[in-house]
Ligand binder design. Structure first.
Ligand code: ADP
Ligand code: MG
Length: 699
């Protein structure tokens, strides 16, 4: 059998040096193995024929049967194109080609029946298809059932390197002697227990499905394998007991914690808060370093949990620090925590980039002496000059702004052993994803809001409703409440966005002449931004016109309404984060999503999810289904490369769970991976993961 990994793709029948170069450059396929694992990203049932009059123009791909009515050319020079009208009897659709105009015009005629295959779209109010595949309707290829579709790049497409061309190469590869007998990678017990299709058979069926059933089994087998090795890697190498770091042992819950709990806590903790505090107490008392992710929806009460966890550290003679992504947030933490600390006799201080030199020096000194017990701050905390006497716990709020590397720097702040680490996030990530994405973290969830919270009422409105929307906002202001009006982040289209924001600001000033309006956006100087935020936070400004800079953590309980302009431009999780800024008091709050009237189906669905649920986990699940996990906040920095061939962390939750269980079971029997199968799999894991991931255990 050829060594798949090391046989250059150029030697495959039908490739050669030129095409090999293209494949390498465009798709990263340089060996037989790479091609074998270049799976179709979807399948089309070529036995289904669609009808023109049923198309919306947002289908992924359709197959139409009919004939061309006429051909015309348009445009000059590089813009020259061939246009045709195609009918299937139910309606007509325009077909466009931008190159090879002359040869295409010669190939097709208006009398023959063809099958068109391609992606329709809506252009200037009518349907068209650009560069479809065209077959004679009598051709047998057309009715063969499931056909894989391969991802291509624009360059490949321009070189006539179609999905079908890849398909042909795969067929050649599968017919190469020896490839049919590719080695099994999973131990027989596993194959049996999970009823897995053998690898060779799965690889054939993933490319050339015999039928729907075989395709499903092939997909299951390959996803399972991929996730199994991923989990095995995480469990063995990342979390494996041998690599788990020794940590400070916090054995007691003492004076500070108990005094606070019994005498100063202003409300009963929710069940979920109690549970996660217990989980952390257990971790920190275990003698191993805690690495925990605390997820809790906005307003679920993470701050108090963080504070009480810090008290456990202090009870054991250690210091704690709390790191926030912005000065505003760090300041808000100080405001919450300092009075609590004072009541208990715990010394708390704030350190940010704008802390004055004199005060900074004083903080450094009291940190070194151990007198200062809780330090709150921004990135300034991880500067080299900051030295703790005995840092036992590092809490990182709104984690997605901090990368793994930054976490690592915190770890070095205690020379004896790294501090326990608690990472808090309000971006809910489905559990299966979290345990995989944050392979090195344990996960706690606060899945319960404090009692008495009213869910935010969310509605979807369009331009014609603008007057009524303002009227409604006005009625809230009249009751003494405050309002946010949010615009998309000023970014790619900087000028336009800034213009929209400023126009919006002026309009709001005109509509509400008797109220004060503040404005913040990311292009402002930090000092100006802070000033504007303060105006709103203090109640001096009644309305805040802002871009998404307000997304994270800002707490103004008197704000009861949020209007989100151009809501269709926001991601779901982002909308949810924004919405979390209101509904922080006891009164009813509102979120009004302003969007274009002519929304596509997906976009409308997305916005409707917001109007139907307040549950951050439901929103996150939906968001992931729509966008894929690679785009989820937090995933890029999490340390796991998302180089999965086939498994989808968003959609394959059940398989992740199974793979996780299988990996745990396996390691119970072969913890050091030293049996023949263990060694074989360890080598395989090195092959797949070493290239892409630098797990580099942070120490
Ligand atoms: P987040 O999880 O978004 O950081 P916070 O910690 O800011 O949430 O808490 C939001 C609000 O809820 C705060 O005003 C806090 O005092 C309050 N809170 C927290 N826990 C409880 C509880 N168990 N009962 C009542 N109110 C609570
Ligand atoms: Mg918070």
């Amino acid at each position: 059998m050829p060594d798949l990994r090391h046989t250059d793709i150029q030697y495959l029948h039908g490739v050669g040096p030129k095409r090999a170069e293209l494949l390498k450059k465009e798709l990263g396929i340089s060996s037989y193995y790479d091609l074998l694992y270049y799976f179709p990203f979807r399948y089309i049932d070529r036995s289904v024929i669609n009808h023109v009059n049923e198309l919306y123009g947002d289908e992924a791909a359709v197959q139409l049967k009919g004939r061309f009515l006429m051909f015309t050319t348009a445009g000059e020079g590089r813009r020259r194109r061939l246009q045709a009208l195609f009918t299937d009897g139910t309606g007509t659709i325009e077909v466009v080609w931008f190159n090879r105009v002359a040869s295409i015009q010669k190939t097709y005629n208006t009398t023959t029946q063809y099958i068109l295959f391609g992606k329709p779209s809506m252009y200037n109010g009518h349907l068209n298809i650009v560069h479809p595949e065209v077959d004679l309707s009598s051709a047998e290829a057309v009715t063969q059932g499931l056909q894989g579709v391969y991802n291509l790049t624009e360059v490949l497409r321009n070189r006539q390197f179609t999905s079908r061309a890849i398909h042909k190469l795969v067929v050649n590869l599968l017919n190469t002697p020896g490839v049919q007998h590719i080695d099994e990678t999973l131990p027989p017990e596993l194959m049996q227990r999970y009823h897995l299709m053998p690898l060779a058979e799965a690889l054939r069926n993933i490319h050339l499905p015999a039928d729907q059933q075989s395709l499903l089994r092939a997909q299951f087998r390959l996803k399972f394998e991929e996730l199994f090795f991923l989990e095995l890697n995480i469990l063995h190498y990342i979390k494996g007991s041998s690599r788990r770091l020794v940590g400070h042992k916090f054995e007691r819950v003492g004076y500070y914690f108990n005094n606070f709990y019994h005498n100063f806590l202003q409300f009963p903790l929710t069940g979920a808060q109690k549970r996660v505090i217990r989980e952390m107490r257990h971790d920190m008392g275990s003698g191993k370093q805690m690495n925990r992710l605390l997820q809790g929806d906005v307003g679920s009460g993470k701050t108090i949990v963080a504070f009480m966890t810090a008290l456990i550290a202090i009870d054991n003679g250690y210091q704690a620090c709390i790191m926030a992504p912005t000065e505003i947030l760090a300041g808000q933490h100080l405001e919450t925590i300092q009075p609590l600390g004072e009541a208990l006799g715990v010394k708390v201080a704030l350190l940010t980039g704008s802390t004055r030199k004199k005060q900074r020096t004083a903080i450094h000194e009291s940190l070194m002496s151990g007198e200062l017990q809780i330090l709150i701050g921004t990135h300034a905390l991880i500067e080299d000059t900051v030295q703790f006497h005995n840092l036992g716990l590092a809490i990182i709020d709104e984690q997605h702004r901090f990368g793994v590397a930054q976490r690592a720097r915190l770890w070095s702040k205690n020379r004896v052993a790294p501090p326990h680490v608690l990472v808090m996030t309000a971006t809910p990530i489905p559990r299966t994803l979290a345990m995989t994405v944050y392979g090195d973290l344990d996960v706690s969830v606060i899945d319960e809001l404090p009692p008495g919270r009213k869910p935010v009422t969310t509605v979807l409105r369009h331009e014609p409703d603008r007057f009524n929307m303002y009227k409604f906002v006005g009625s809230q202001l009249k009751q003494g409440r405050q309002a946010y009006i949010v615009y998309p982040l000023i970014e790619e289209n900087e000028k336009l966005d800034l213009h929209a924001l400023e126009m919006g600001y002026e309009q709001v000033c005109d509509v509400f002449p008797h109220y004060n309006v503040a404005m913040v956006h990311g292009r402002m100087k930090p000092a100006e931004k802070d000033h504007q935020m303060m105006l709103f936070a203090s109640g001096k400004a009644h309305i805040l016109v802002a871009t998404t800079v307000i997304e994270v953590g800002v707490n103004v309980p008197n704000a009861s309404v949020m209007v989100i302009e151009d809501a269709e431009r926001f991601g779901l999780s982002q909308l949810h984060q924004l919405r979390g800024r209101v509904g922080r008091g006891a009164d009813q709050s509102y979120c009004i999503l302003m969007a274009r009237s002519d929304l596509g189906r997906d976009t409308r669905h997305r916005l409707q999810v917001m109007t139907q649920t307040n549950d951050g986990f439901v929103v996150a699940e939906e968001d992931m289904k729509l966008r894929g996990p690679g785009d989820m906040e937090g995933t890029q920095q999490s340390g796991i490369a998302f180089n999965l061939h086939i498994a989808n962390l968003a959609q394959d939750g059940q398989i992740i769970q199974m793979a996780r269980n299988a990996a745990e079971d396996y390691l119970r029997d072969d913890p050091q991976m030293e049996t023949p199968w263990g060694r074989k799999m360890a080598a395989h894991i090195r092959d797949i993961f070493d290239k892409q991931t630098n797990w580099g255990l942070i120490s």
